[in-house]
Design a protein around this ligand. Structure first.
Ligand code: ADE
Length: 239
């Protein structure tokens, strides 16, 4: 899968890509990332990409021309164009998975300053928000999209790592522990030391449902739960 990120701050994106799992995914050619510096696409002097808004008001607004030029420089029939914006649809794990499976080339435009000329929306396929708060720019939003999509691209991390992770099957992950067995009076549950795989599986299934009930009850969807999970849910609710 290919990502083209259009930004006023290429260094922010480059720094993130130069570390960890994303770096490895690029090196092993599981994903390709190109960074486009928006200022390279303006025809105005001094790399100008924004201007005052018509009608008056505070702040500079991103102009259409550099953004559309940047999109057109990389767009093919396989491209899907996203604009990061607090007005977009809220990003989640299900969309990350869908994008990883259905998009060959994602062009992400990092919104900036006080906003963008609304006519830019004629050139994008969708607006994405990463949550109900306002950032100073779209760079973090674009990296969050890139990271969450890249880690579910086949081969980037081990398939089994995805089996129980949070948000898969609408449940949060189970509790995990490592050495030492006792820390400051807090002990690892006995069952995890028992070597009894069936009991361990049951403990983990219960832990997932307990965590979801306590921390994110809004995620519980009984239509997607197995009979064993439904049984655990009933017991936890004391039904
Ligand atoms: N730009 C500013 N705030 C944003 C948000 N919440 N999501 C995506 N892009 C943004």
């Amino acid at each position: 899968m290919k990502f083209s990120i259009i930004t006023l701050f290429p260094n922010i994106i480059e720094t993130y890509l130069s570390e960890s799992i994303i770096k490895k995914a690029i090196e092993t050619k599981k994903i390709t990332v190109e960074i486009l510096d928006l200022r390279a696409f303006t025809t105005l002097p001094h790399g100008q990409v924004d201007d005052y808004q018509f009608g008056g008001g505070k702040g500079m607004v991103l102009m259409c021309e550099p953004v559309v030029n940047a999109i057109n420089s990389v767009k093919t029939q396989d491209s899907f164009v996203v604009l990061t914006s607090p007005q977009g649809k809220t990003w989640d794990q299900a969309q990350a998975r869908t994008f990883s499976q259905t998009k060959k080339h994602l062009i992400i435009i990092c919104g900036h300053y006080e906003g963008f000329d609304s006519r830019i929306l004629n050139y994008v396929d969708c607006e994405i928000s990463i949550g109900d708060y306002v950032l100073t720019g779209g760079e973090l939003a674009s990296l969050i999209m890139l990271d969450s999509i890249a880690r579910v691209v086949d081969g980037v991390i081990k398939a089994e790592s995805h089996l129980n992770e949070s948000f898969e099957n609408n449940l949060l992950d189970y509790d995990v522990y490592t050495k030492p067995v006792e820390f400051d009076g807090h002990v690892v549950p006995d069952v995890l030391l028992s070597g009894h795989h069936q009991n361990i599986d049951h403990f983990r299934e219960t832990s997932k449902i307990k965590n979801t009930l306590q921390k994110r009850p809004d995620l519980i969807d009984t239509t997607t739960m197995s009979p064993v999970q439904l049984d655990i849910l009933k017991k936890l609710k004391g039904e």
